[in-house]
Ligand binder design. Sequence first.
Ligand code: PSU
Ligand code: MN
Length: 330
Amino acid sequence: MLSSFLQRTVFHSIRRGASSRGRFRNFINISPEVKEALHCGKPVVALETTILTHGMPYPHNRETALVVEEIVRSHSVVPATIGVIDGKIHVGLTSSQLDQLADPEEPKVKISCRDLPVACSKGLSGGTTVSGTLFIANSVNIKIFVTGGMGGVHRHGNISFDISSDLTQLSRTPVGVVSSGIKSILDIPRTLELLETLGITVVTFGPSKEFPAFFTPKSGCYVDNNMETPLDCARLLDANARQETNSGLLIAVPIPTDVACEGLAVEDAIQVALKEADTSNVTGKEVTPFILKRVNELTKGESLKANIALIKNNASVGSKIANELSQLRQ
Ligand code: PSU
Ligand code: MN
């Protein structure tokens, strides 16, 4: 009985080829602008929304989302901001949908890949994390995704096992993530080790091989390769696609030095926030939003300023890469 069920399932998936992705695509609402761009092979960049719902305070969250979209457009690239509204997955949000997600009065969930079925079946609204956004972007064939920072191994994650599903999702999704590495609230050396274990190509963008520490360009950790230009990054993405590794890439862009935070001041704030999270028993998916909020409060908005500046810079770098990639493929 079971085996015939399995046979049928396997048979169906083979017969329909990329069927599961194809069918999933039918559940996604793609905005007319993004649909047209994908259809004509114009460059498109995916953007996440947890940053909007859980990463930044109002009204900075809304303003940043709009400015980032504008930056992408200024490079003649189409922004595809991804989120879930009333149980429907959207690729390309209208400004009123962005408002709804940014509104602190509206209840919203943080949606990683594993939360998608729950959000959709219960009709919830929320921001998609890097993991959720990656999955959706790939389903509609968007190959570049810009964000501030990816999730990673939390400090003491070797004991708590608090490791973001962003890492595992990237390891099985052939999309290039452009981010300022991972936030220094995390354990950068262990995250780099895990990225290696998971087979994820990691490069830095620019002249240095030093992996950025989000708020500052320096982490003291080095990767093997840097990409000097957007064209180099596009060639890398193209090679990854041709090799059909099926795994993603991380392009780590250091924060521009003129807007970087004082490393020590941020580190002090992180230490305080981590202790508070521990004593207040903050666990699971609440940890990252809690620490981001407290670090922002403790640095009197300095960390938020840096966060916004680096996302804007990443949007510009990601858009240039998207343009180069689309040129390569013509
Ligand atoms: N880093 C940031 N701001 C954020 C996040 C990360 O600088 O808002 C969000 C991203 O959406 C990321 C998620 O995917 O936090 C990771 O959460 P967790 O550690 O619970 O997996
Ligand atoms: Mn976690």
